[in-house]
Write a protein that binds this ligand. Structure first.
Ligand SMILES: *[C@@H]1O[C@H](CO)[C@@H](O)[C@H](O)[C@H]1NC(C)=O
Length: 352
């Protein structure tokens, strides 16, 4: 009898211990963001590029109606993801002098609107190339170590969730802007090149100590209002060729993610793929409470973004929550929150 009780007690203790391990395992101390305008919270404000959004009406539904440099009327997906992980309700931009390393200890964004996996993409609008985002991240590690001490900083680096969202600009701002006969690669070859660069980037972050990562799939970018506008004479339909490119890229990237998880010991890399959800939103906007998907809220909604979307533009809509897109290239806050919640529940729940 006594032996049984002792045995039971040991079992209970062991169970408790395992649950504790599990809990600490799942706790994410910081959200660290890399990528393009889908996740940039204001880094482009600090560099000389024309691709900015730190003026009205950008940010008019953000806290205090502040234009932060987010390409949105309010918050963007990483802000909602950060909040969903129990961290801050907005992720600060690394280059923003209003924040310091104490702010960045629980979340930091290195993303730059207009950038891509391919170095040539970031050159188009003189924005931060991905390799430079990694350089900033290395500098961040050094600052974090002197701020909280080597051991604690290493723990944050290891347990943080790394969120990467990039790739659309490589096609729309780079590959497809080059006339067909001057292109160096077929689109298939170009996808492979980009996947290779993404793999190297993720491996770099792993070597620098990161373990929990999520790489976002591309959304149907052939349905962005700016792309539909090029089809205006043909009924403003989505450019299906682009949507297929996005899907193919996602399939290849998913394979890459599978491979990396096998190759790199201890890596927990999740491919999060909101393609189908965004496709549903675009095809059935009313089911999500939207009234308009073809044109964006800002300006006429057909082509404006950045400086063309400014407060002098008389056509801007009054209620952005009725629109899937805020400017001709970027979702509204409402769309971003739907996507972020989906990603949190379906792809990131194990990191919570
Ligand atoms: C991009 O440019 C950087 C800096 O010149 C270089 O180190 C890196 O290898 C380049 N990346 C690719 C994929 O060419």
């Amino acid at each position: 009898m006594l032996q049984n009780r002792v045995f039971l007690a040991i079992l209970l203790l062991a169970a408790q211990f395992l649950m504790q391990i599990h809990e600490t395992d799942a706790k994410v101390p910081a959200l660290i963001v890399f990528g393009d305008s889908t996740v940039d919270s204001g880094n482009n404000n600090q560099i000389s590029t024309v691709l900015k959004s730190n003026f009205e009406p950008y940010g008019r539904d953000y806290f205090d109606g502040k234009a932060t440099g987010r390409f949105s009327n309010g918050r963007i997906a990483p802000d909602f993801i950060s909040e969903g992980l129990g961290l801050k309700n907005a992720v600060p931009a690394y280059l923003d002098p209003a924040y310091n390393i104490a702010d960045f200890a629980t979340g930091v964004c290195f993303a730059s609107a207009g950038t891509g996996l391919d170095n040539a993409t970031s050159d188009v609008l003189s924005v931060v190339p991905l390799w430079k985002e990694v350089e900033y991240y290395k500098e961040y590690q050094t600052r974090l170590r002197s701020f909280m001490g080597e051991e604690k900083a290493n723990e944050v680096i290891k347990e943080a969730l790394y969120l990467i969202s990039i790739g659309t600009n490589d096609f729309l701002e780079n590959y497809y802007l080059v006339p067909r006969k001057y292109r160096k690669y077929t689109v298939d070859e170009y996808q492979d090149l980009l996947i290779g660069i993404a793999g190297e980037f993720l491996t770099d972050i792993y070597r620098l100590g990161g373990r929990k990562m999520t790489f976002s799939g591309l959304t149907p970018f052939g349905c962005l209002p700016l792309e539909r506008t090029t089809q205006i004479l043909y009924g403003s339909k989505c450019i299906e060729e682009y949507n297929i490119v996005a899907k193919d890229f996602n399939t290849k990237m998913e394979e890459k993610v599978f491979k990396l998880n096998k190759e790199l010991n201890g890596l927990q890399l999740v491919f999060s793929n909101p393609y189908d959800l965004v496709s549903d939103i675009i095809n059935h906007p009313e089911a999500f409470g939207f009234e308009n998907v073809r044109s964006a809220c800002c300006g006429t909604g057909y082509y404006e973004m950045s400086y063309l979307c400014d407060k002098m533009n008389p056509f801007t809509c009054s209620d952005a929550s009725k629109y899937v897109f805020w400017d001709s290239f970027h979702p509204t806050e409402k769309t971003s929150s739907i996507v972020a919640n989906y990603v949190l529940q379906n792809d990131l729940s194990r990191f919570k």
